[in-house]
Design a protein around this ligand. Structure first.
Ligand code: AMP
Length: 426
C-alpha cells in the first residue's frame, strides 16, 4: 500500500507532463483570445453547494462525491466539477456588480468516485469556461466554437458536436409527464439505475448507456417536439449562429447530460474511434443556477473538457507533441576547485537564459561526456585542473565533435552567443 497510489488516481511523470504543459499552454492562450479570465477556487467546498448546484438527483451527488467531516465537524466535499464553485465565487465576491457578462475559465483537478477505466478516473482534470449574465444565443454558439477551436489547434480529428435543447422548467414539465407515461410501460425492462431514475430524474433514462435501456427508449418522446416558443426560437438561433461560424453539429434529441441544472442548449463533443470514454467535453446553458445558489436571476453558460481524455485522444490519433527545451550546455569538471568554478559558470549561464546541466556524482571525464551525449546538449564545457590553472576551458561542440579553448573570462558571453542567446525549443 505504501508504494501504491489510490485507485483511480494518476501520477503524472515528467515525460507525461511535457504533454500537459503543451496542452495547458494552448488552453490559456485560447481562453485569452476569447476574452476569458482565469479563476482558481478551493479544491473542497461545503457539501451543500454541490447538493444544490449539481443537483440532488444526479449520479454525481448520489454516489460519486468524496465527502468528509473535517476536524471542526464541517461537512465538506472534494469538488466533483467546478461550475458550482465558480458560481459561488462569483456571488461571494459580487462580481455581478461590475460589467456583464463575466467570462471566467479554470483548470484543475476534480474528484468523482467513478468506476475507473481507461479515460475515467477518480481524480481527473478539467479545463472549463463559464459566462455569467448573457442570454444571447450567439454566445451559446461561440462557446461551442471555442471548444472546437481548442481541439483543432491541438490537431484533433474526427470530432462530432452533439447538440440538443433541454428546454426550460416549463417545457420540461410537460415533457416529463409524457415521458413518465411512456416509461411506465417499460419500467421492468430498464436497468436498476434507470429504475431508480424513473421517479427522481426520468430524463436521464434517455441517455443511459446500457444497450437494453437504449432499445427501450428508442421511441420515447423527446423534448424537441415540446419546446416552448422561447426555447424553440433560442435553439433555432443557436443553430443559425453555429452555421455562420461553420461549426458542424448533429442534433441529438436524447442528449441530456448528467447535471440537473441545464436549460436550453446542451452539447457534448465526442471523439470517434477512441473507445467507451469518448466524450471529450460538454456543457450547456444554466439560466437558473445562479439564482438557485442564492444569487440574482442571471443566466449562465459553460462547458468543461477532460484533459486526460484530450491527451489520450491526441495519443490515439498519433498526433505529435512539440519537443520541449532540452539542456543546451553540460559543464564537465575534474577536481574540487574546477567543480566550484563550474558551479558558478553554470549559474551565470542560467541567469543568461541557457539550460545548463552539470555532474553531481564526481564521475570521471569520460562518464561526464557520456552523460552530456545522453542529454543531447549542443555544447560541453570541460574544466580540469590544468585548464583552471591557465584560466581557460575547453568548449566541445557535441554534434561536430570539434573543440576549442576559450578563456574563462570570455566563456559566458561566448556560450550565450553560440547558443543563440537563450533557451531554444527544438
Ligand atoms: P462533465 O463534468 O461530466 O460534463 O464532464 C466533462 C468532461 O470531463 C467529459 O467530457 C470528460 O472529458 C471529462 N470527465 C468527466 N468525468 C471524468 C472522469 N471520471 N475521468 C476523466 N475525465 C472525466
Amino acid at each position: 500500500m505504501l508504494t501504491t497510489r489510490p485507485r483511480g488516481t494518476n501520477d503524472l511523470l515528467p515525460e507525461e507532463l511535457d504533454k500537459w504543459h503543451y496542452v495547458e499552454s494552448i488552453l490559456h492562450q485560447v481562453a485569452a483570445l476569447y476574452g476569458y479570465q482565469e479563476i482558481r477556487t478551493p479544491i473542497f467546498e461545503h457539501t451543500e453547494l454541490f447538493q444544490r448546484g449539481v443537483g440532488e438527483n444526479t449520479d454525481i451527488v448520489e454516489k460519486e462525491m468524496y465527502t468528509f467531516l473535517d476536524r471542526g465537524e464541517r461537512l465538506l466535499t472534494l469538488r466533483p466539477e467546478a461550475t458550482a464553485s465558480t458560481v459561488r465565487a462569483f456571488l461571494e465576491h459580487k462580481l455581478y456588480a461590475g460589467s456583464l457578462p463575466v467570462k471566467l475559465y479554470y483548470i484543475g483537478p476534480m474528484f468523482r468516485y467513478d468506476r475507473p477505466q481507461a479515460g475515467r478516473y477518480r481524480q481527473f482534470h478539467q479545463f472549463g469556461v463559464e459566462v455569467f449574465g448573457a442570454q444571447d444565443p450567439s454566445l451559446d454558439a461561440e462557446v461551442i466554437a471555442m471548444a472546437m477551436d481548442i481541439y483543432q489547434r491541438l490537431g484533433l480529428r474526427n470530432l462530432v458536436v452533439e447538440l440538443n435543447s433541454v428546454g426550460c422548467p416549463s417545457c420540461r414539465k410537460a415533457h416529463r409527464q409524457v415521458l413518465h407515461e411512456y416509461l411506465k410501460e417499460q419500467l421492468s425492462g430498464l436497468c436498476p439505475t434507470c429504475q431508480g431514475r424513473f421517479e427522481r430524474n426520468p430524463l436521464r433514462i434517455l441517455d443511459c448507456k446500457n444497450e437494453r435501456c437504449q432499445g427501450l427508449v428508442a421511441n420515447a418522446p423527446t423534448i424537441d417536439a415540446m419546446l416552448c416558443e422561447e426555447c424553440r426560437h433560442h435553439f433555432q438561433l443557436v443553430q443559425e449562429y453555429l452555421q455562420e461560424l461553420q461549426v458542424t453539429y448533429t442534433l441529438n434529441p436524447k442528449l441530456v447530460r448528467g447535471l440537473d441544472y441545464y436549460t436550453k442548449t446542451a452539447f457534448e463533443i465526442v471523439a470517434q474511434g477512441i473507445g467507451a470514454q469518448s466524450s471529450i467535453g460538454g456543457g450547456g446553458r444554466y439560466d437558473h443556477l445562479i439564482e438557485e445558489i442564492g444569487g440574482p436571476s442571471l443566466p449562465g453558460i459553460g462547458y468543461a473538457m477532460g484533459i486526460e481524455r484530450i491527451i489520450l485522444t491526441l495519443e490515439e490519433q498519433g498526433i505529435e507533441f512539440p519537443h520541449t527545451a532540452k539542456s543546451q550546455v553540460f559543464i564537465a569538471t575534474l577536481g574540487d576547485t574546477a567543480h566550484k568554478k563550474g558551479a558558478k559558470i553554470a549559474q551565470d549561464l542560467r541567469k543568461a537564459g541557457l539550460v545548463v546541466e552539470q555532474d553531481y556524482l564526481g564521475k570521471g571525464l569520460k562518464a561526464q561526456l557520456k552523460a552530456a551525449n545522453r542529454l543531447q546538449v549542443q555544447t560541453a564545457v570541460i574544466i580540469g585542473e590544468e585548464e583552471l590553472a591557465k584560466g581557460e576551458a575547453v568548449v566541445r561542440k557535441m554534434l561536430e565533435g570539434s573543440q576549442e579553448v576559450v578563456s574563462l573570462n570570455e566563456l559566458v558571453p561566448y556560450l550565450v552567443k553560440e547558443n543563440k542567446g537563450g533557451k531554444q525549443d527544438e
